[in-house]
Design a protein around this ligand. Structure first.
Ligand code: PLP
Length: 368
């Protein structure tokens, strides 16, 4: 039996992640009212894909069930707790999608003024869900990678707490993914955890969570972490396989997995170092492989956005290479909902039959 004293007693249905794992978070006080019940997402076992791929078991950590449909809510909730505890009345983020929506939602709930800095090229359809929460959206023309650092500087001068992709409290929030996986597997952790990686913040957080539970004796081993990237933008994978000392920027990033299209990830070197220290793995998958995996996920009943199908595509690749085998248990992090990227609908044949009510029974009979 594992000693679980480090996890708060009580009813998980009535706790926030920060209350349940309070000993693992750097908060003196928690305001549960700022929460939208982020986290506590299901770990869904595969019914088909594991046997198709001849892997002992594949689980999908379904982060699409978060309040704004991606794992970003965990880190945003942690950042907002911190911002409010510091007396900060204004928050912001630099994002082109999920993170901006998440920060806008939590900012609205906390009654904070919220700034979302987006790239000039962002399609309008992505702006509407940010605007609905009442955030101030600013399109910024210029180098999008520099904007990350510029925003932190401006934030300091103008008292705006920028909860960017891999800031410390966002990494803290992501630890809860690892904590939940430990509880959901009864502390018998999987062999591999596969994370679609862009800035590297989520990868760092999940690994940190497992490391902290191991240090407390809650789990015996830390799973092998897999950094999964899109072939069209794989700065971390590239540096890892080439044995480069540091990552270098990708010149022309191009992938359907837009949520993981950061050409020069701010936590890239940290992820690279962690991969080396822990014997982690990396993989890069093509857009075709991503779309195939998105369909396989849908066959399991889960609609993830292309970035969120990257882990499953990476599992197939590592299975083909014999690195993952029939003896292994794997967790894929399904980071965000497919509804966030409607352009992908056009890739699937939409067959709609129609008939009159008098013809309906005939129509159904014909389908059998
Ligand atoms: C942000 C995001 C990622 C990448 O996470 P990082 O912490 O930037 O590495 C992956 N998938 C989805 C859906 C995201 O929104």
């Amino acid at each position: 039996m594992v000693e679980r004293g480090a996890i708060a007693d009580g009813n998980a249905l009535r706790q926030t992640i920060f209350e349940r794992y309070a000993d693992f978070f750097p908060f003196d006080e928690i305001d549960p009212g700022l929460s939208l019940s982020e986290g506590f997402t299901p770990l869904v076992p595969s019914r088909m894909t594991a046997s198709r791929l001849a892997v002992r078991n594949i689980f999908f950590k379904n982060e699409t069930e978060n309040p704004t449909w991606s794992f970003k809510d965990r880190g945003t909730a942690a950042g907002v707790q911190h911002a409010v505890s510091c007396g900060c009345g204004r928050i912001g983020t630099v994002s082109s999608g999920n993170m901006a929506v998440s920060v806008a939602a939590y900012g609205a709930r906390a009654g904070l003024t919220t700034f979302a800095l987006v790239s000039a090229s962002i399609p309008t359809e992505k702006l509407s869900p940010i605007a609905v929460y009442g955030a101030t959206v600013i399109r910024v023309d210029g180098d999008y990678g520099d904007l990350y650092f510029q925003s932190l500087e401006i934030g300091k001068r103008h008292d705006i707490y920028f909860i960017n992709s891999d800031v410390p409290f966002r990494v803290e929030g992501s630890k809860s993914i690892a904590f939940e996986i430990c509880e959901q597997t009864n502390f018998d952790v999987p062999d591999f955890v596969v994370v679609p990686t862009s800035s590297g913040g989520n990868f760092r957080g999940i690994l940190k969570g497992f490391e902290e539970f191991k240090r407390c004796g809650l789990i015996a081993d830390v799973p092998t972490m897999v950094c999964a990237q899109a072939a069209g933008c794989s700065p971390i994978h590239r540096a890892y396989v080439n044995n480069d000392p540091v990552i270098s920027p990708v010149d022309h990033p191009e992938t359907i997995a837009h949520a993981i299209e950061n050409p020069f990830p701010p936590s890239g070197n940290q992820v690279l170092r962690k991969l080396r220290e822990t014997g982690g793995l990396s993989a890069a998958v093509t857009d075709d492989e991503i779309l195939q995996a998105q369909k396989e996920l849908a066959d399991e009943g889960i609609f993830g956005q292309p970035a969120s199908a990257v882990p499953l595509a990476a599992v197939r690749k590592l299975r083909d290479r014999g690195i993952i085998t029939e003896d292994h248990t794997v967790v894929c992090i399904v980071t965000g909902s497919g509804l966030k990227y409607t352009a992908v609908y056009g890739r699937y044949d939409l067959t709609v039959l129609s008939c009159s009510s008098a013809e309906l029974e005939m129509m159904i009979t014909e389908q059998q």
